[in-house]
Design a protein. Structure first.
Length: 404
């Protein structure tokens, strides 16, 4: 046990003497999740735009056009700014708005007298979604005005020659009441019955940064294991492995110290990642103890896997290239670069069998909700058995490989 502790201490010191590699892989999940948080903000994505409204008519009718953008959901997507035409054209030419709408002088008179009047809409060519929304909203308002003219047009003539008389106002009220009675046949009671049926609400998908977190953390542990597995070549070249063979201690104690040292570092990274997920990403962590233990277990599994790759390579350069290639492939299909929820079903089905894919899925299960103790025991038991077999084969191989 003393030799095991000394071996672990030696490797911890070697890891701390290379802080750049350590900090690089610690910073990876922080940087990647930070980028995802900026790109995919919490909540439903919604386009944002600005409409420059030039009201040359300055009447109640022209004001109704701009009021169409003051109601939800347009009010949350389009900001209306009133200004004169020269300033508005300068802003739209500079690309500082989505569109500019000009209501000409005399628009209200033309509306009541059923004459032609032209509204000018200038759209920003560099934007697509919001200008089209503005145009459709204006079209709806003008179409409503058209049908209002057809229904109440003759009554508007009484108001164009000057202030209406009491008799004209009363007649207009009667006309409006008659129209409401005509339409009441269709709207009270409704001719269409609405039948409501409550269906089970689908489970809300977690925000994108939370979806990325488990895969990013596993990728960081995988990358650190790749970086530390290269050290086995240095110890071979420096004769450290041969001197370890000459001691009364077995190779299992020596290599076990290296595994424990890597496990301690990955436990620290896992704890840092969970704190980041909880307080920076507002992620729910339902089984913190199991998740905290899973991180070093996964890190040691990645390390053992990469040691096997290094021992199978012919030279250090080949070992590094092979490890990085496997890291890239597993990261692409194993839910690290892209969450399984965003991948095609057939690719996600393959990725679940990748080393990091299986570890990512189990890690998500621990984070997202209650987990069956039997399932938890199976997950950790599988890691112990597979790592135990790999550990034994590595120790056997190291005896021959260290003196080759």
């Amino acid at each position: 046990m003393r030799f095991l502790a000394l071996s672990a201490r030696k490797d911890l010191l070697r890891i701390l003497r290379d802080p750049i590699a350590l900090l690089t892989w610690i910073a990876l999940p922080i940087i990647m999740n930070g980028m995802m948080a900026l790109i995919f903000r919490e909540g439903d994505p919604m386009p944002q735009g600005k409409l420059l409204f030039v009201d040359q008519d300055q009447t109640l009718v022209s004001g109704l056009i701009s009021s169409a953008f003051s109601r939800e959901p347009l009010s949350r997507m389009i900001l209306v700014e009133r200004m004169d035409e020269p300033a508005a054209r300068k802003r739209i030419d500079a690309g500082d708005a989505s569109a500019m709408l000009i209501v000409p002088k005399g628009f209200s008179d033309a509306f009541f007298q059923r004459k032609q009047s032209t509204l000018t809409l200038v759209k920003n060519p560099s934007a697509r979604i919001v200008p089209e929304m503005i145009q459709q909203a204006v079209d709806i308002v003008l179409e409503g005005a058209f049908y209002l003219q057809r229904v109440l047009g003759p009554d508007f003539d009484r108001f164009t020659s000057g202030p209406p008389s009491d008799l004209a106002v009363a007649a207009m009220s009667v006309r409006t009441n008659q129209l409401m009675r005509q339409f009441s046949y269709y709207i009270d009671p409704p001719l269409i019955d609405l039948e409501t049926k409550v269906i089970q609400q689908q489970k809300k998908r977690a925000p994108f940064p939370v979806l990325f977190f488990p895969g990013m953390l596993m990728l960081a542990l995988f990358g650190l294991a790749v970086s530390r597995s290269e050290d086995i070549w240095r110890e071979r070249a420096q004769g450290t492995l041969r001197r370890a063979l000459a001691t009364p201690q077995n190779m299992a104690s020596y290599f076990g110290g290296k595994v424990l040292a890597l496990g301690a570092v990955t436990a620290l990274i896992g704890a840092l990642g969970l704190v980041l997920a909880r307080y920076a990403l507002s992620a729910e962590i339902h089984n913190p103890a199991a998740a905290l233990l899973w991180a070093p277990c996964a890190g040691m599994s990645f390390y053992v896997l990469n040691i096997i790759i290094q021992l199978a390579a012919s030279d250090p350069r080949s070992g590094v290239m092979l490890s990085m290639l496997i890291l890239f492939i597993c990261g692409m299909i194993g839910g690290s670069f892209f969450p399984f929820e965003m991948m095609p079903a057939w690719l996600a089905a393959i990725g679940r069998f990748a080393p990091n894919g299986w570890l990512v899925l189990r890690f998500k299960e621990m984070l997202q909700g209650p987990i069956d103790p039997v399932q938890l025991f199976y997950a950790f038991g599988t890691l112990v058995v597979l790592n135990g077999i790999a550990f034994y084969l590595i120790c056997v191989r190291l005896r021959k490989w260290s003196v080759a």
